[in-house]
Design a protein around this ligand. Structure first.
Ligand code: FES
Ligand SMILES: [Fe+2]
Length: 381
């Protein structure tokens, strides 16, 4: 029997249109009722505004002259221009066109032209809670009433006087967020990294979903690359084992409590994802010795490692997942041949959480959880 040449003639289905697990997961957003890393805190200075996109919703993030950060819907209530085209004046964001100015809660606070005998209208756009931690700006794109009850990821190693060295990296890849989660937690792709050898010979020991978390562990050889291997003290650190977790919507890994990372994804749309990688290390050794590199020098070592090891390594992942995204658009009808059960487990959680979020929007008793839609959130009071 001749094999079918499986090229799709239509675009992949939306989430509502359904399909198999892979087709559903590639169409999911992430539940907005979590905190999402959206920018490095130092990248937005007083008087600056920039655009953040969370799952197709544009948000204007601005820092007032007093240093406070605010996030409001990126849409002027007057004629819908993006507010990020405007400027920050004092504690307000001023629209480019007619100069209407918005406070941090998204209220129109001033209109600088005549009102033609009318009273000042009470208008506002949606606003979003913002926090700063670990050098990142965190935004809560969902229902603001739920923000207090939702914790940010706890990373004690990155706070306090004895904090570990960490220089976060950020990239925007042309791929769905689920492909990136699959990539970072699935160690069957050592072939892609055969030049750098961040892991190798991986054997899956555990794959268990507990609530909204998928725990995975591998016996694997960590950090055996020609250069990276010189900096890791393999006699003090057990580099033959790694724990990972998809802690929805985040992801982390841990090698012997000495080498760790967190990945925070920011879903932009079905084809684009921004991500923040925080790799952090208890210590490195001076190559060919067992002498730890002094803490003061670790930031410099990490700068060099990011540039010459980690960024090139992740660029290999970028090229692979972007190729996967392109391939999915062309061959989404082709049968799935997935061997690693961890991949299926991640996808099940992502689909379940997205379905639960969509269901919460439809539940009449739960109307308060609804994230205001762009058209509904501009209210004339
Ligand atoms: S469009 Fe923004 S002030 Fe008119
Ligand atoms: Fe990889």
């Amino acid at each position: 029997m001749a094999l079918r040449y499986d090229t799709a003639t239509t675009p992949p289905p939306s989430f509502a249109e359904g399909g198999n697990m892979r087709q559903k997961v590639r169409a999911t957003g992430l539940d907005p009722n979590y905190w999402y890393a959206v920018e490095f805190a130092h990248r937005i200075q007083p008087g600056q505004v920039l655009e953040v996109v969370f799952w197709k919703r544009s948000i204007a993030l601005f820092r007032a002259s007093n240093g406070e950060l605010h996030a409001i819907e990126n849409r002027c209530a007057h004629r819908q221009l993006k507010l990020t085209l405007g400027s920050v004046e004092g504690c307000r964001l001023v629209c480019l066109y007619h100069g209407w100015s918005y406070d941090g809660e998204g209220r129109v606070a001033a209109i600088p032209h005549p009102l033609f005998g009318k009273t000042m209208p009470e208008l506002r756009v949606a606003s979003f809670p913002v926090r700063v931690r670990y050098g990142l700006v965190w935004l809560f794109p969902g229902d603001p009433a739920l923000a207090e009850g939702r914790a940010l990821p706890e990373i004690p190693e990155l706070e306090g006087p004895g904090r570990w060295a960490c220089r976060p990296l950020s990239f925007t890849w042309s791929a769905h967020h689920s492909m990136i989660i699959d990539n970072v937690s699935d160690f069957t792709h050592a072939h892609l990294h055969r030049k750098y050898r961040p892991f190798g010979d991986a054997r899956l020991l555990r794959c268990e979903t507990v609530g909204d978390n998928v725990h995975v562990s591998y016996d694997t050889e960590v950090g055996r690359g020609r250069i990276s291997g010189l900096f890791v003290d393999h006699r003090r650190i057990d580099t033959n084992h790694m724990e990972l977790c998809y802690q929805y919507p985040y992801q982390w890994s841990n090698t012997d409590d000495a080498i760790k990372h967190w990945l925070f994804v920011l879903p932009i749309d079905e084809h684009r994802t921004r991500m923040f990688f925080l790799f952090y290390f208890k210590s490195f050794q001076i190559p060919f010795t067992r002498i730890p590199i002094p803490r003061g020098a670790m930031d410099w070592v990490l700068r060099i490692a990011n540039r010459w090891l980690i960024a090139p390594l992740l660029d290999q992942d970028r090229s692979a997942v972007e190729a996967e995204q392109n391939a999915y658009a062309q061959h989404w009808t082709a049968p799935i041949a997935e061997l690693n059960p961890a991949v299926r487990a991640f996808q099940e959680v992502t689909v379940r959480k997205w379905q639960a979020y969509l269901d919460s929007l439809d539940a009449p008793s739960d109307a308060a959880r609804r994230v205001p839609s762009p058209s509904a959130s501009s209210q004339a009071k």
